[in-house]
Design a protein around this ligand. Sequence first.
Ligand code: FES
Length: 99
Amino acid sequence: MFVCSCFGVTEEQIRAHAEAGACTPRQVASASKAGTDCGSCVRRIQGILGRGGCPRRTGLDQALGGRTVEPQTAPAPVPASVGPAAAPAPATVRPAVAA
Ligand code: FES
């Protein structure tokens, strides 16, 4: 059954994208274009992803006891044992100067 009639994307295809790691409607759209035209299917895609369509999300939800988590926007802190002091300094790249 089609979920996105604008691009002919089926529920099975949405689930396949979720299995491959797409856990948000935006990630599904990147993989299939579903939801990027009229947008009327986005809620159905959200529903599929929220009903166990995304294995990673389901595992995270279970681990958190039903609490929701916002995606991290900043990188996680690096432990001191593997931080910059332990790692070699990155090489400095200077832009080429036109002659
Ligand atoms: S039905 Fe999916 S973008 Fe229109």
